[in-house]
Design a binder for this molecule. Structure first.
Ligand code: ASP
Ligand code: MG
Length: 425
């Protein structure tokens, strides 16, 4: 049974990137006074990246003061702009800083991923504290919730897996029965059974919001973006793109998997499982209808309008792997290669094989790639091309293929009934 009028909102870093954006967020919330809202918020702008740099310096035991001050000053400036009386928020902010300072003063362990999670969580803690205090100043009846107490994961730092059962239990007990009509909480961050910080993977706030929507049987989830919805391609790169009004869960998960940056690929599954519609709306034009992603009864694309949709991924490497001993690309070779890919955390975007050669297209994550290469070279002849683009076209026709491919060198092409994919330069 859905909880009527319970909506889960998600605001990403770009939607809270300065004082003005936070005022805008507050105006949006104003028009949802009749709903019970749980608002999941990311770190301000690029704070997670800045905290990653801070972690690197700390981990190397280098001087991190400049980086630390940069992060703190950015938040302090936003506080100065937003508050009439800033004494409460300054005291709250100081309390948070005690924890971060303590962490930075201690000696790092040898586990980088662990250290990363202990530090980057502050991005979301800072942003939500500031926003909750600002909303209170504006007269909202808000409650700030530390999601780390309710979102339980395993110990796989930096890419932790959610303990669904435990999290659902905790989320239900603490959020469903809360009297506050407006709960402000963090995306991306969580904790493990020992109470240590964990995170759900980069850009993971969409996923956090979907987990909460699932656990509480929300009526709907709304992701607030800087674009008015899901487009037939990235409006920041291509002209003549068409806004999609409706997309099915099935189509959305395919598009997100192929690299459409509009939502994190993990977001769809929990929503689909409970048939909770996902709205993508613009925080710049909050009254515009946006795109609705929902269940499609006939299991089709649900696309309205039904047009080709395409996604480009740059900085791709195409790697061809051939066994030195001329053996077939069989289960043994494949499982060996995939074990290496998993070990180096390399995600395969496309693959293709012949009798004695296996090709994969992967993101250019240089460190993992170099390590993969040196391992593979023992048993395989490895060739690769860098700086390629992977183009995926859903519901393709020849016109759109011609438009995108003409004049480019094609390295690999694959066509299924609905999807055409090209690795090109
Ligand atoms: N702040 C985190 C990140 O930038 C999570 C998110 O934005 O979704 O990766
Ligand atoms: Mg972010």
């Amino acid at each position: 049974m859905t909880n009527k009028n319970l909506k889960i909102f998600k605001f990403g870093g770009a939607s809270v990137r300065d004082a003005q954006s936070i005022v805008n967020l507050s105006n949006i919330l104003n028009s949802y006074q009749n709903d019970k809202l749980i608002v999941v918020i990311s770190a301000i702008d690029k704070t997670t990246r800045e905290l990653t740099k801070l972690t690197d310096l700390y981990f190397q035991q280098a001087d991190y003061t400049t980086q630390y001050n940069k992060i703190i000053n950015k938040h302090a400036n936003i506080i100065e702009e937003l508050f009439v009386d800033s004494s409460f928020i300054k005291a709250e902010f100081k309390k948070l800083l005690v924890g971060l300072k303590q962490k930075l003063a201690s000696k790092p362990s040898s586990n980088y991923d662990f250290e990363y999670d202990q530090i980057v969580v502050y991005g979301e803690l800072f942003s939500t504290k500031i926003i909750a205090a600002y909303l209170k100043q504006q007269g909202f009846n808000t409650e700030w919730v530390d999601i780390r107490h309710l979102m339980r994961t395993d110990t796989n730092y930096r890419n932790a897996r959610v303990d669904w059962q435990k999290s659902q239990e905790l989320l239900q007990t603490h959020l469903l029965h809360s009297n506050s009509k407006l709960i402000i909480t963090q995306g991306f961050i969580a904790s493990n059974i020992q109470g240590l910080n964990t995170t759900l993977g980069i850009e993971g706030s969409d996923f956090s919001a979907a987990i909460i929507a699932y656990a509480l049987d929300a009526e709907k989830m709304i992701v607030w973006k800087d674009v008015p919805g899901f487009y037939s391609s990235d409006p920041k790169i291509f002209e003549n793109v068409i806004k999609l009004d409706v997309v099915s869960f099935r189509e959305a998960v395919e598009l997100a998997y192929f690299g459409a940056k509009i939502i994190h690929p993990k977001t769809i599954k929990p929503l689909q499982n409970k048939k909770i519609p996902l709205l993508v709306k613009s925080f710049l034009q909050p009254d515009a209808p946006g795109t609705i992603i929902k269940n499609s009864t006939d299991n089709k694309t649900g696309l309205q309008p039904n047009v080709p949709v395409f996604i480009t991924k740059n900085s791709q490497i195409l790697i061809s792997i051939a066994p030195l001993d001329f053996s077939f690309i069989d289960e043994n070779n494949l499982s060996y290669i995939f074990a290496l890919l998993a070990r180096f955390r390399i995600k395969v975007n496309l693959m293709q094989n012949s009798a004695i050669s296996f090709s994969i297209c992967v993101d250019n994550i240089s460190e993992g790639f170099e390590r993969l290469l040196s391992e593979l070279k023992h048993n395989y002849r490895v060739l690769y091309n860098k700086d390629l683009t992977l183009i995926t076209i859903r519901h393709y026709n020849q016109d759109i293929i011609d438009e995108l491919i003409t004049g480019r060198k094609v390295f690999v092409q694959q066509k299924s009934r609905r999807t055409a994919r090209f690795v090109v330069r």
